[in-house]
Design a protein around this ligand. Structure first.
Ligand SMILES: Nc1ncnc2c1ncn2[C@@H]1O[C@H](COP(=O)(O)OP(=O)(O)OP(=O)(O)O)[C@@H](O)[C@H]1O
Ligand SMILES: [Mg+2]
Length: 528
């Protein structure tokens, strides 16, 4: 049974140099048995909860004015795999923090020279990423609450037992490792050095990276939602590739394109003779993923009977292949995606509520491209660059083309943008991609915009009720001139498009422009 360390501790014979820190782990572990004289029946190797192998050891600063407690805590933390440092008061602790990088702090609340709470506030201000565990006396539970409010990760009420200390430290260190990993991953996603290749730096994508970096290292199911072409499969791959099982398979299953019987045999497998044509047994994808990820795409299309089977498989972590009498264990992580409103389907009764809850432990909603327009030029440049790498083509966008792409709503999202750029590269006759090289839906969008702008001008000009004073009389020739020059201006000089939109041939347009410039020259000559 756990014993109260602070009461039972009798520090046994030790020499001064034994207290030199940091201490090598093995030496520290052997010393702990002699140190913990009051609990000598405990074998430290059995009772000290070691930190996980393979992660960099964390430095822990033990701050306590009682030398014996300080030294014993250092011994125990060293035995657990930490690198301990120690300080007896606030100024000493601050000096250590200035000199050495420290990841964790085991801090006594009652300290001379300012008190533990004051040190906690300073640490949380100067080094917010340090994980702080407070040690508080029973009498000061309110201070413990206060310390959690200031930012302590956890606290221990004195006197505490060995296993309480080790489990609080283990918990805090795991949380720190997790935070460090997700910070690093988020940074990689942001700077595009990661494996995912996700492009976008808009605040909406930052939110996606934030969640992605949190879930990548877990095995929780994630439900990825978003309109068609927003990158759901890409995000699923990214979660897999940035997780700890990246070397295991990633298996996408399109629940929308397979007939129900085929989905069943694909997902769960079958035994020889299960149905006509089953000449040999086939392992299901859920079992074949073996420690990897199964990505259930278009999960909203899964028929109700298969939803029930999938739910059972996920709950029981085993599948029964079609025709089999025995179940097979599964260890795959499940990611699912849909562009349908699953919660509405639950309400309508077309999607099982229990399966919905099981799949959507974490929801990741991908923003449509029109809600992150700032990312459009970056994505467009990325696709051009890819085209250059793959096909050796070398193109740049005209300013107008970029502007049009940024204004367009992209109902097909990133996929539509990607296709538009591929098409423009294939069709363009020169190195510059113009507006006219973009697909017809963009041309139509631009024409509609122009039309709207023109009719609003016309509306202002010909609606005397809304303008002050009587409308001026304008000759037909002047109206035509205004229409031609105004349209060209609105289209940023694109004369071919102007001719198309005005419904005149390009030769007529050039002839008219010629006439206007001659008239202009004449009138300036007569003014001179
Ligand atoms: N953030 C992004 N950065 C770079 N490319 C992206 C991004 N998002 C999507 N893409 C590209 O867009 C295309 C569509 O992505 P994906 O197939 O992942 O979308 P989806 O949401 O699964 O679409 P659907 O609903 O139609 O299945 C892919 O070619 C992908 O490479
Ligand atoms: Mg998809």
């Amino acid at each position: 049974m756990a014993r109260n360390l602070c009461n039972d501790w009798r520090i046994a014979e030790h020499s001064a140099e034994k207290w030199t820190y940091p201490i090598a782990n093995t030496a520290a572990t052997t010393m702990s048995s002699r140190l913990l004289a009051g609990v000598t029946d405990l074998e430290p190797s059995q009772h000290l909860q070691r930190l996980p192998e393979g992660v960099a050891p964390l430095r822990i600063l033990v701050v306590d004015d009682e030398a014996l407690v300080r030294k014993a805590c250092c011994e125990i933390t060293a035995g657990m795999g930490f690198v301990p440092l120690s300080a007896g008061d606030v100024p000493e602790a601050l000096a250590v923090l200035q000199q050495r990088p420290v990841e964790m702090l085991l801090l006594d609340l009652k300290l001379p020279g300012g008190g533990g709470l004051k040190l906690l506030s300073v640490v949380k201000n100067l080094y917010p990423e340090i994980g702080v565990v407070m040690m508080t006396a029973f009498a000061s539970v309110s201070s413990a609450v206060e310390s959690m409010r200031i930012g302590a990760a956890d606290y221990l009420a004195k006197p505490f037992a060995l296993d309480e200390l080790t489990s609080v430290l283990t918990r805090t260190s795991q949380r720190l490792h997790f935070d460090m990993e997700s910070r690093q991953l988020r940074e990689r996603l942001r700077t595009q050095t990661g494996l995912s290749g996700l492009i976008g730096t808009s605040p909406k994508m930052e939110e996606v990276y934030h969640i992605l970096s949190k879930v990548a290292h877990s095995t929780l199911p994630v439900l990825i939602l978003g309109e068609s072409g927003t990158g759901k499969e890409m995000v699923a791959r990214s979660i897999h590739m940035n997780g700890s099982n990246a070397s295991n398979p990633f298996i996408p299953v399109d629940c929308g394109s397979l007939v129900p019987t085929l989905i069943e045999s694909e997902l769960f497998g079958y035994v020889k003779g299960a149905f006509t044509g089953a000449n040999r047994a086939k392992e299901g994808l859920l079992a074949a993923a073996d420690g990897g990820t199964v990505f259930l795409d278009e999960i909203g299309e899964l028929p109700m009977d298969l939803q029930a089977k999938l739910l059972r498989a996920l709950q029981e972590k085993e599948v029964r292949p079609v025709g089999a009498t025995h179940a097979v264990p599964i260890s795959a992580r499940i990611l699912a995606a849909t562009n349908r409103d699953l919660s509405a389907m639950v309400v309508q009764g077309t999607f099982r509520k229990d399966l919905y809850f099981r799949l959507s432990v974490v929801n990741l909603k991908l923003p449509p491209l029109r809600d992150r327009r700032n990312d459009i030029p970056v994505l467009a440049a990325h696709f051009l660059e890819r085209m250059h790498r793959e096909n050796g083509t070398s193109h740049v966008f005209s300013e107008e083309a970029i502007r049009l792409m940024t204004e367009y709503d992209w109902p097909g999202n990133v996929r539509e943008l990607e296709n538009a750029i591929e098409r423009a590269c294939a069709l363009s006759s020169g190195p510059v991609l113009h507006m006219a090289d973009l697909p017809t839906q963009l041309q139509d969008f631009r024409a509609q915009r122009t039309q709207e702008a023109r009719s609003s001008i016309t509306h202002d000009e010909f609606n005397p009720a809304e303008t002050s004073g009587p409308a001026p009389i304008v000759s037909i020739a002047d109206m035509e001139r205004q229409a031609i020059l105004g349209t060209i201006r609105q289209l940023n000089g694109d004369k071919l498009m102007a001719a198309k939109l005005l419904g005149i041939g390009k030769t007529t347009l050039y002839r008219k422009l010629n006439e206007y410039s001659l008239a202009e020259k004449k009138s300036s000559a007569s003014r001179a």
